[in-house]
Ligand binder design. Structure first.
Ligand SMILES: [Zn+2]
Length: 300
């Protein structure tokens, strides 16, 4: 018995969603693939309702082997996805980056993902990863428990801004705040690196409006939709209705993200959660495919 709905039915429904919009598929900028033993630890953490889950029940819907998870994304018609992975201590990032390079090599539809941590050598780690072909980075301010504006990261942000490589960054204070989460530290990073291509994960949940401010101020700041607007998140951190026009106006810088496979509901629900915002088909096309396809230069 699996906890999630019959995957064939769900894949059919997901495909119907993007076909109905006239899209060639989906691009999901926020999916998790990581070394198996790290992923098991993440799942155990969610199962045990660790403090960073905010004490909320978090049943993992897609608890499958790696190959099955990638295959399922393909069945959904996800043309390109990422391997979000992140260190929680020094010394881990190069090892994770090596694994991610191997994963990308054997998974051509994965956008080669890397990560970083404030530690001696971080600029070299980032340069190595970019030279090895990394197309996107992941930074996790809450799990890493570091200040993204820390001086030791300045060179790394500068290098990534220069290279134009986007960084998906979990920097909002959801589902539970960390010492350095929230818009303040990120605003300091952007003040120094205004062209840094930050993709604010989870739409900055729960500080949505503060992160909309930053996106309006900095033209290279984007937002991913990961878990936003779902029933699960709306209960914990509702998106303020008054901010919907701002979300509509930023429609060319909002990107589909899902948190697959670590989600407590079916993948389709994220898509329906976007649809029911009522921002229209053009907005959905941009968010679910076109914006990320342009950012990552995917073939038409
Ligand atoms: Zn995530």
């Amino acid at each position: 018995m699996t906890a999630h709905p019959d995957t064939r039915t769900e894949a059919d429904d997901v495909r119907r969603f993007w076909e109905g919009l006239g899209l060639p598929g989906l691009v999901d900028v926020h999916t998790h693939f990581m070394p198996e033993r790290v992923l098991r630890k993440v799942w155990a953490y969610f199962d045990a309702l660790g403090p960073l889950t905010g004490g909320v029940e978090w049943p993992i819907t897609y608890r499958e082997e790696e190959a099955a998870r990638a295959a399922l994304l393909r069945e959904f018609g996800v043309r390109a996805f990422t391997a979000m992975l992140y260190p929680h201590k020094p010394g881990m990032a190069p090892w994770l980056n090596d694994w991610a390079a191997g994963f990308a090599a054997r998974t051509p539809d994965c956008l080669h993902t890397s990560t970083l941590f404030p530690e001696p050598g971080v600029v070299d780690h980032v340069r190595d990863a970019v030279d090895a072909g990394a197309r996107v980075f992941k930074a996790h301010v809450q799990v890493g428990a570091y200040d993204p504006a820390d001086e030791s990261l300045d060179g790394a942000w500068g290098l990534l801004a220069e290279a134009g490589v986007p960084v998906v960054i979990h920097c909002g204070s959801g589902p539970a705040p960390g010492k350095h989460t929230g818009p303040g530290p990120i605003a300091r990073v952007l003040a120094r690196h205004p062209r840094l291509r930050l993709i604010v994960a989870h739409l900055g949940m729960p500080e949505y409006e503060d992160f909309l401010d930053l996106a309006e101020r900095y033209g290279e700041v984007r937002l991913d939709t990961t878990m936003a607007f779902t029933d699960f998140s709306e209960r914990l951190a509702p998106f303020p209705r008054r901010a919907l026009p701002r979300l509509a106006a930023l429609g060319d810088r909002v990107l589909l993200g899902s948190d697959f496979p670590n989600i407590p509901y079916p993948y389709l629900h994220q898509l329906h959660a976007l649809e029911r915002l009522g921002l229209g088909d053009a907005w959905l096309r941009a968010v679910c495919h076109d914006n990320a396809a342009r950012l990552f230069g995917l073939p038409g």
